[in-house]
Design a protein around this ligand. Structure first.
Ligand SMILES: Nc1ccn([C@@H]2O[C@H](COP(=O)(O)OP(=O)(O)OP(=O)(O)O)[C@@H](O)[C@H]2O)c(=O)n1
Ligand SMILES: C[C@](O)(CO)[C@H](O)COP(=O)(O)O
Length: 251
């Protein structure tokens, strides 16, 4: 714990291209309400008293730009560091993690692409790790029925089965970890990839790595406004949510 009472550091992977959002700047630098997604995401973390340090993994050719951007949005008084991200989300997280001082025991990983996560979710995830869980994910129940299919791009896809919806959750970030656990699973994954012995498909989140190596992951309630800006319609929704918050003077 540092002098401010904060117990956790956060890694913000922000080095993605945002291909699904369409042509333009890297997604983290695209604007929502006139402010880059990354700035919203960092502010959301900085609002939490649990978070004492934020490490941003920026596009590799955009580190100086991201430093200037964060400064110009008044975030220069926080402990925020910027490192070069990698070719995959997993690599960006690993590079961010390497920049966290050894004494930090709890690490949150939060997508720059989830700009509107409420501070209550950040606090709840950090509190669950502080209470002893090694890996914590916020998640929400699904609104749609989900079917597993045999992929057949461009054609009809035979349905294999329908998982029971009550047992499914859509997983968000920040995900929270005991630091040693997160460092260990990232190191194992890197070793397997380097040796060419990885025998499972790449994971899409950090908790997935913990699961892969036999660790226990628990879910806490997420929030519908913590959705990820992935496709153009998500940006339309995010603008509406932000406008509502601004009208309510919450921003
Ligand atoms: N090489 C990468 C790829 C992704 N990310 C980050 O991981 C988060 C979640 O990824 P996603 O939303 O899938 O972002 P992109 O990879 O940018 O999206 P797309 O797949 O549409 O290109 C984002 O904050 C993104 O910037 C990252 O830091 N480094
Ligand atoms: C980490 C994540 O946001 C949890 O839902 C998600 O797995 C990222 O996946 P993506 O393929 O990078 O969109």
């Amino acid at each position: 714990m540092n002098a401010s009472g904060a117990v956790a550091a956060a890694v913000v992977p922000a080095a993605g291209r945002g291909e699904r959002l369409g042509p333009g700047a890297p997604k983290a630098l695209r604007e929502l309400g006139g402010v880059p997604l990354l700035v919203h995401a960092v502010r959301a973390l900085a609002r939490s008293r649990a978070v004492g340090l934020v490490v941003v993994a920026a596009p590799a050719d955009g580190v100086a730009e991201v430093v200037a951007l964060l400064d110009s949005h008044g975030l220069d008084d926080k402990d925020i560091r910027v490192v070069a991200g990698g070719a995959t989300r997993q690599e960006s997280v690993r590079l961010g993690l390497a920049a966290i001082p050894d004494e930090v025991g709890i690490v949150l990983v939060h997508d720059a692409a989830r700009p509107l996560v409420p501070v209550e979710v950040v606090d709840a995830v950090a509190a669950a790790v502080r209470a002893g869980a090694r890996a914590v994910v916020p998640a929400v129940p699904l609104a749609d029925t989900v079917k597993r299919v045999e992929p057949n791009p461009g054609g009809p896809e035979p349905v294999l089965d329908t998982p029971e919806r009550a047992t499914l959750r859509a997983v968000q970030t920040p995900q929270g970890f005991d630091r040693a656990t997160l460092v260990e699973v990232h190191a194992k994954a890197l070793a397997e990839e380097s040796a060419g012995t990885a025998d499972a498909p790449p994971v899409t989140d950090d908790a997935g790595l913990v699961e892969r190596y036999g660790g226990r992951v628990v879910v806490v309630p997420g929030h519908e406004e913590a959705f990820k800006v992935t496709r153009p319609l998500d940006l339309v929704l995010a603008e509406a949510v932000l406008a509502r918050r601004r009208a309510a003077d919450a921003y």
